[in-house]
Write a protein that binds this ligand. Sequence first.
Ligand SMILES: *Cc1c(COP(=O)(O)O)cnc(C)c1O
Length: 330
Amino acid sequence: MLAVIKANAYGHGIVTAAEALGGADAFAVARLEEAGMLRAAGCRARIVLLQGVADAHELGKAAELDLEPFVHQTAQIELLEAWRGAHAFPVWLKIDSGMGRLGFRPAQVQAAAGRLAACGRVAGPANLVTHLAEAEQRGNALTRAQIDLFNEVTRGMPGERSIANSAGLIAWPDAQADWVRPGIMLYGISPFEDAIGADLGLKPVMTLETRVLALKELAAGDRVGYGGTFTARRAARIAIAAAGYGDGYPRSAANGTPVQVNGMPAELVGRVSMDMLAIDVSEVLQVSVGDPVQLWGPAVPVERVAASAGTIAYELTCRVSRRVRFERRP
Ligand SMILES: *Cc1c(COP(=O)(O)O)cnc(C)c1O
C-alpha cells in the first residue's frame, strides 16, 4: 500500500498521518517540501514523489532525501541521464491511459522505459503507474478502458504495477495490481458521491469543532447575516458559532447544511462569514453559550457538508486554515 499523504495529508497533518499510518509500505507526496518535512520528522519509510522532480537541483534533493520520483515526461528522463551522483533512483513511470493530465501516452511508453533502463541511474526496473479519472463511477466505461489499456501497454514489461486510488481500490477489484494508492479513504471519507465513509465501513478521522458564541431570538421576518439569505418564517432561536470561512468552513454552504450543537442535529442558516456562522437551534432542547458545535466529524459527515457547499470533502479537509488549533486524539 502506497499511502497518499500529499497536501498535508489532506489537511490532517502530514507528520501525524505518517505516524498513524506506520503500516503503509510507502508514502506518496506531491512536493519535495512535503517529503523534506517527513524526513526532518524522522520518517525513514519509502517516499514516492507523485510529480517527480522539476530540475537538477530537485533531483539532487531527491537523492539526499532518498525519494522515489515519478517520471512522467521526457525532460525528467533527461535529468536522470545527466545525473552524475552515486545515487541510483527507484522510479515510477507514469502512463497516461485516459486521465489526460500527467504521463507518457501509450505509444511513448516502450521508448521511455527503454531510456530509463539504459541510463544506468535507475535502481531496478521502473514501476508502472496510471491514474483513473472516473473510478468513483461504478461500472464506468472509461475506467474499464483505462485498466485494459494499461494492462495491454505494460504487458511483458518488468516492474511493479499500480492503478487504483481509493475509488479504484473499493469499486474496481481488477485494478488492485501490485500497489494500491489510497488517499481520501485513509481519512475515513468516501470517494463516492452516493455514500459517506460510514457506508463503506470507514471512520472519519477529522472533527472540526467550535463553540456557541451567542444566542438570539428571532421573530418571523427577521433576517440573518450578510445579504439576508435567510429570513425567519416563524419565531426562531439562533446560535452564532465561532467559526467561518477564515477557518476553512465553506462560504458556499447553503441554508440547511447539517451541523451538530450540544449533541443535537441542527442546520446552518444565512451566509457564512469570516469568523462566524449562524445555526437554527429552535429544535435543540438545551443550548447555552459555550456549548460545543461540530461542523463536521463523526456526527456530521463532511461529505454532506461538501455536497451542500457544492464541493467535495477533499477540498474541505485540505482547506482548514492555520488559525485552527489541531489536536491529536487517541
Ligand atoms: C491523490 C492521488 C491518489 C489518491 O487519490 P484518492 O482519491 O484520494 O484516493 C492516488 N494516486 C495519485 C496519482 C494521486 O495524485
